[in-house]
Design a protein around this ligand. Structure first.
Ligand code: ATP
Ligand code: MG
Length: 322
């Protein structure tokens, strides 16, 4: 299978008065046609900055320093702005965590979904409207003719997220990047939105990058998983490899902190990873996880571990292996 997207050695830094924040440091990610790729890691590890870099939406003082973002064989970082604007929203689209900030409060939701069609298609007014209504129905918005004329504040959080999904999918993009699309929702609604995304993904045969800090959600939706820590990928593998044979102590820590599906195991207290994520302006030497790692050795403090190949699809960045 060919790669739809290949991010290669991406570096995204923020240049602040008091130093440089290395938000993304050498990230490489591949997404195949029709594949769901999960990116997981604690808050601040660089998930959103990776996503925004792929969309080329990083704002100053942030900057992409280095790397390639090859989409359908072409480097997005070398494209003219005009051409990129055509791709954004039509071939690649993004769904954000907080729909209230992504939606404009002064326009109806129907108008806002329709804007995408105005921007990216030649369709006439009537045709656009019927497409929007059809899409609203697809994402499970009840009574779409009525909802079309409503404003974002008249909808619940789950409904607003459905509107965002409709906006992201209406041009039938090849790639959708969803950045914590269910985090702001309560658990039942979270499950519904996840199911909806799975169904639509199959129906539209799109590829999906799904960003979350929740290992349970990752297992639910992903084919392949990238585990991020302090701006780097520390482990990658198929969903089976990551959940049945996690190798990086950080991945193991993330897995220990999710509630088990096994009733017996549920009686055990949940562990959380000790310590906190490093200050990205002042990352530890060697392996950035070593200050929190129970298995840290001398080498971990001084030498940055290389990416070690475990199988054709499983890689880990840890001195315990290789
Ligand atoms: N405008 C900015 N100025 C300085 N640093 C920034 C800026 N935006 C992001 N960063 C830094 O980049 C790092 C990565 O941030 P990012 O938003 O990608 O994390 P994340 O993994 O998406 O976290 P979360 O789970 O909380 O969404 C963070 O440490 C953050 O402090
Ligand atoms: Mg984020």
């Amino acid at each position: 299978m060919n790669n739809l997207l290949a991010v290669k050695d991406l570096h995204t830094y923020f240049h602040l008065r008091n130093g440089v924040v290395k938000a993304v440091e050498g990230v490489s990610i591949e997404v195949k046609q029709g594949e769901v790729v999960g990116i997981v890691g604690e808050s601040g590890c660089g998930k959103s900055m990776t996503a925004l870099s792929i969309m080329r939406l990083i704002q100053p003082p942030g900057r992409i320093e280095k790397g390639e973002i090859i989409f359908k064989g072409r480097d997005l970082l070398k494209m003219e702005d005009e051409e990129l604007r055509k791709i954004r929203g039509s071939e690649i689209s993004m769904i954000f965590q907080e729909p209230m900030t992504a939606l404009n409060p002064v326009f109806t939701v129907g108008y806002q979904i329709e804007e995408v069609l105005k921007l990216h298609s030649e369709l006439g007014k009537e045709e656009r409207k019927s497409r929007v209504i059809e899409m609203m129905r697809k994402v499970g918005l009840p009574d779409p003719e009525k909802r079309y004329r409503e404003y974002p504040h008249q909808l619940s959080g789950g409904m607003r997220q459905r509107v965002m999904i409709a906006m992201a999918l209406i041009m039938n993009p090849s790639l959708v990047i969803a950045d914590e699309p269910t985090t702001a929702l309560d658990v039942t609604i979270q499950k519904q939105i996840l199911e909806l995304m799975k169904t639509l993904k199959r129906e539209y045969d799109m590829s999906l990058i799904f960003i979350t800090h929740d290992m349970g959600v990752v297992r639910e939706i992903s084919d392949r998983v990238y585990v991020m820590y302090a701006g780097k990928i520390v482990e990658e593998g198929s969903v089976e490899e990551i959940f049945e044979n996690p190798l990086h102590p950080y991945t193991v820590g993330l897995l220990d902190s999710i509630p088990s599906v096994n009733i017996e195991d549920r009686k055990k207290p949940l562990k959380s990873i000790e310590g906190s994520v490093p200050d990205p302006a002042n990352k530890p030497s060697g392996c950035p996880f070593h200050p929190r790692c129970e298995k840290a050795m001398d080498i971990c403090r001084n030498v940055e571990p290389p990416l070690v190949k475990i199988s054709e699809t499983h890689f880990v960045r840890c001195h315990l292996y290789g």
